[in-house]
Design a protein around this ligand. Structure first.
Ligand SMILES: Nc1ncnc2c1ncn2[C@@H]1O[C@H](COP(=O)(O)OP(=O)(O)OP(=O)(O)O)[C@@H](O)[C@H]1O
Length: 253
């Protein structure tokens, strides 16, 4: 039996007169990679920010790791890792110094070089954040989510803007973090990414969950309605061609 690490019940968020999240309920199981998908403005970030304790809800219940959001938000903060938007890093510090700074803020003892090795940034340890490539920046921001040894990490569109090599490299990093026991919640606009990474997916549209299941089951449900792709599916796609021609290695390293 899967154990829920996050339970959301009847969550509502109003921005003045506008109801952005309309009473959604879902559970995220311990140890899974859970995808929250939906078009722009569907309410993904609002939902995640509420669970992350960063935004007030209007009503509903949220429990993370057994802690109720209304009563123990600080306990929730202690067991989650949240990817910060890139602009938040002090420009004068190198990566090692940034990790040490965050570790201090979290009151954690962290071996900064080991952490950078985890995300394949050992050779950039003395570089400034602004001098990293897009993929390296994303890997560093994933590393910062791990500093407090969280039980759950939240990744908001972590591969947006990356080239196919860097994207696949980040997928492997996310799988590695998950395989080491961390539950992952991810938002993405890339369906192949969701299909590759996620154990289960919730699709949210206009503030409501319209489907929640494994990627396989969601596809099977659609096929069972008689849906068929108009074009025959080939054994490879254009991304496979790109990777085949340009290699799997990261250009930036
Ligand atoms: N601070 C705010 N004040 C008013 N309305 C807001 C605020 N933040 C978000 N909204 C609105 O709430 C809705 C949901 O926004 P949200 O950012 O949660 O969507 P999203 O699914 O994360 O979208 P995206 O894929 O574009 O990131 C949108 O209509 C948005 O305009």
């Amino acid at each position: 039996m899967a154990t829920p690490i996050i339970s959301v019940s009847n969550l509502v968020k109003d921005y003045d007169q506008f109801r952005a999240v309309k009473g959604i309920s879902f559970e995220v199981y311990e140890g899974e990679i859970f995808g929250l998908l939906g078009p722009n403005g569907a309410g993904k970030s609002t939902t995640l920010e509420i669970i992350e304790t960063l935004r007030e809800k209007t009503s509903g219940d949220v429990v993370v790791g057994g802690y109720n959001l209304d009563r123990e938000p600080d306990a929730i903060k202690g067991i989650i890792g949240v990817q910060l938007q890139a602009s938040g890093y002090y420009p004068g510090l190198n990566l090692l110094q940034l990790v040490d700074l965050f570790a201090g803020l979290y009151n954690q003892r962290v071996h900064a070089m080991d952490l950078l090795r985890t995300v394949n940034l050992e050779e950039k340890a003395r570089a400034k954040f602004k001098d990293l490539s897009g993929g390296q920046k994303q890997r560093f921001s994933v590393a910062t989510t791990l500093i407090n040894k969280p039980r759950v990490v939240f990744l908001d569109e972590p591969t947006t803007g990356l080239d196919p090599q860097a994207r696949r490299n980040l997928w492997e990093l996310i799988r590695k973090i998950n395989a080491e026991g961390t539950t992952v919640i991810i938002t993405t606009h890339y369906m192949d990414e969701a299909e590759y990474l996620c154990n289960r997916i919730a699709i949210i549209d206009s503030g409501e969950i319209v489907a929640l299941d494994t990627p396989d089951q969601l596809i099977d449900n659609l096929v069972a309605t008689g849906f068929e792709r108009s074009k025959e599916v080939k054994k490879a796609n254009l991304e496979d061609v790109f990777i085949q021609l340009t290699g799997k290695h990261l250009r930036e390293d």
